[in-house]
Design a protein around this ligand. Structure first.
Ligand code: FAD
Length: 586
């Protein structure tokens, strides 16, 4: 791979076969795959810098240092969320090579087979079925031993993993008493919390060991490390440069006889002050700006809802009311329980030294206790479904993810002092609860005709009573989990929300409104739909409806949010799209 800092440095008289707008999870993967054909020249244009040399992208436990760095993120905020007391929340998106795969939590979860089958049914594309996509994902994966050389047997099912792909995945964990206690729950309460050998086998329900995108030195594996860095010099990467628009190719003006515009051009600029340049691709332009960047680029280019574009003085080239609509994200709350389990607080400098020398210690995971995940499927007669129909894609899908984060004396003391004075105990265990299948929908809209102004980001969180009801049952399920007798001497009542005062629906709703947050697994803002459908933004071949030479490959094309974390789905879709493109141009 060859890096360039400015468009003026690019080789003159070189016409690229493919130009990719955005070098993130989807874009980086497609770039690396297309570059496997040495005859093709590929250009990736990324708004942020290269990941190379940014230490915080390497130890998974430093992901927060990237997420909180204004030079490496877009600094987005949501609109006031009416379902959450009009709170405005930050909406982190990475602005660097690898995109969010360079700073995310590293969880690798493929969701349930029902998610993929639902996508196939919604889009009419059988290639998206689980049975096909499992093979695609396995071929991209290289499942390796963890850095601490801890046994992984019993932590995964080898039959559903790949061992020769480019993306490293491992079952990294640490030895900690909670591990066995959670396994004890699977024996005591197997109906609600069964043991699950592999969270990536298509039916993630139960207590599983966590899998993460890390190699056997506990170093992050991202689209940049797995796919871009491993490419030959036919892959060019232009960093610190924005794609401001996609443009129609000179050979196909929108005024020509065909009603389909050929968008094989890109307009780019270093910043708002610089002169904009244009480049044209011989074969295709691929937009991979992510769930926010992609609809922004499309709308700035005149592909979007005519009335909205007109109001901003942008000429509509392809009127598509679906662009930027359907933006969806999961909703999470963090709950705290008092505990006598040893705290996992650590000294950062010592942890960095340990990671540097032995690739072990607290920085091997995005939070110290990400060892296991509890996936809960609510019963058919759950009170949640009196509020609305079951939003999950089928019986193999969980509704709730229960994610153990850390045991802290620091938060323990402050939580108890602020929220539950008088409650005994100094340590608290922090648990993230995620509503995996929100029915609330939001939107991404342009705030101005300038591609450098942040768009209006409205995830519409908690707009539906059903989303509250599912989270309430998730909190209750977690409270039942810690009431198991195996926790009798180690985990006590929930301190936030305080169990004794928060058993009513109203009290839990107040807590959810106060504490709900986007889980940053957004998707669906340029949704895939069947070819010929009157709704949706891309066809099953990822081509943008009403255009030629233009595809979108990232989380924005998700037809719905899957049952879990989202990067495995972006990798899977990017692998599938790359195969389609290779076949088409073979
Ligand atoms: C803090 C955080 C933690 C997460 N944790 C997990 C996790 O543990 N497990 C998991 O599976 N998922 C996780 N996710 C979600 C997951 O990382 C994303 O769903 C996925 O990476 C999105 O991939 P993408 O290709 O759609 O977008 P991105 O990876 O965001 O890529 C988009 C790229 O396009 C670039 N770009 C945008 N606009 C332009 C423009 N105009 N010009 C040039 N470049 C542009 C961006 O800078 C970025 O590099 C997390 C996300 C966040 C933010």
């Amino acid at each position: 791979v060859v890096f360039f800092e400015s468009v003026d440095e690019l080789p003159r008289n070189l016409e690229y076969d493919f130009i990719i707008a955005g070098g993130g999870t989807g874009g980086g993967t497609v770039a690396g795959r297309l570059a496997e054909n040495p005859k093709w020249k590929i250009l990736v244009i990324e708004a942020g810098p290269s990941n190379e040399g940014i230490f915080a992208t390497m130890p998974p436990g430093l992901s927060g240092q990237v997420s909180n760095n204004p030079n490496l993120t877009w600094g987005y905020f949501t609109t006031p969320q009416s379902g959450m007391n009009d709170r405005v929340t930050s909406y982190s998106r990475a602005k660097l090579l690898g995109g969010c795969s360079s700073h995310n939590g590293g969880g690798y979860t493929r969701g349930s087979r029902d998610d993929w089958d639902r996508w196939a049914n919604v889009t009419g594309d059988n290639g998206l079925r689980w049975d096909n996509m499992l093979e695609v994902m396995k071929q991209g994966e290289n499942f390796v031993n963890n850095s601490a050389h801890l046994p992984q047997q019993g932590h995964f099912d080898p039959s559903v993993h790949g061992f020769n792909g480019k993306l490293f995945v491992s079952a990294t964990y640490t030895i900690y008493p909670l591990n066995d206690l959670l396994l004890g729950v699977t024996k005591e309460l197997p109906d609600e919390f069964p043991f699950l050998l592999d969270e990536n086998g298509g039916r993630p329900i139960g207590v599983s060991w966590a899998h993460r995108t890390e190699d056997s030195t506990a170093t992050r594996s991202s689209s940049a490390t797995a796919f871009i860095e491993t490419s030959g010099d036919n892959l060019h990467v232009l960093v610190n440069t924005y794609v401001t628009r996609v443009l129609s190719h000179p050979s196909s003006s929108p005024l020509s006889s065909s009603s389909i515009t050929d968008f094989r051009g890109v307009e780019l600029a270093k910043d708002a002050q610089s002169r904009r340049k244009t480049l044209f691709a011989k074969k295709e332009v691929i937009v991979a700006g992510g769930v926010i960047g992609t609809p922004q680029i499309l709308m700035n280019s005149g592909i979007g809802p005519r009335e909205e574009l007109k109001a901003l003085g942008i000429k509509t080239l392809v009127d598509n009311p679906s662009v930027g609509k359907n933006f969806t994200d999961q909703i999470s709350v963090v709950v705290f329980f008092n505990t006598t389990l040893p705290n996992t607080d650590f000294d950062l400098d010592q942890a960095i030294a340990e990671w540097n020398t032995t690739h072990t210690g607290p920085l091997i995971m995005s939070a110290p206790l990400k060892n296991q995940i509890v996936w809960v499927r609510l019963k058919d007669d759950s009170p949640a479904f009196e509020v609305g129909p079951d939003p999950s894609p089928g019986e193999n899908a969980p509704h709730i993810e229960v994610n153990t984060n850390a045991v802290s004396a620091i938060t323990g003391a402050s939580v108890n002092a602020q929220l539950a004075p008088g409650v005994n105990g100094t340590n608290t265990i922090q648990i993230s609860l995620i509503n995996l299948h929100p029915v609330s929908r939001g939107s991404i809209k342009l705030s101005s005709p300038s591609p450098f102004d942040p768009p209006i980001i409205d995830p519409g969180l908690l707009n539906s009573p059903l989303d509250f009801a599912v989270l309430r049952e998730g909190i209750r399920s977690t409270q039942r989990l810690f009431l198991a007798s195996v926790f009798n001497t180690s985990v006590f009542g929930s301190v936030y929300p305080l169990e004794s005062t928060s058993s009513s629906d109203e009290a839990l709703d107040t807590f959810i409104k106060d504490e709900g947050a986007p889980y940053l697994h957004g998707g669906c803002s340029a949704m895939m739909s069947p070819r010929g459908a009157s709704w949706g933004v891309v066809d099953p071949d990822f081509g943008v409806k009403g255009t030629k030479g233009l595809r979108v490959i990232d989380a924005s094309v998700f037809p719905s949010i899957p049952s879990g974390h989202t990067q495995a789905h972006v990798y899977g879709l990017a692998e599938r799209a790359s195969r389609m493109i290779k076949e088409m141009w073979a």
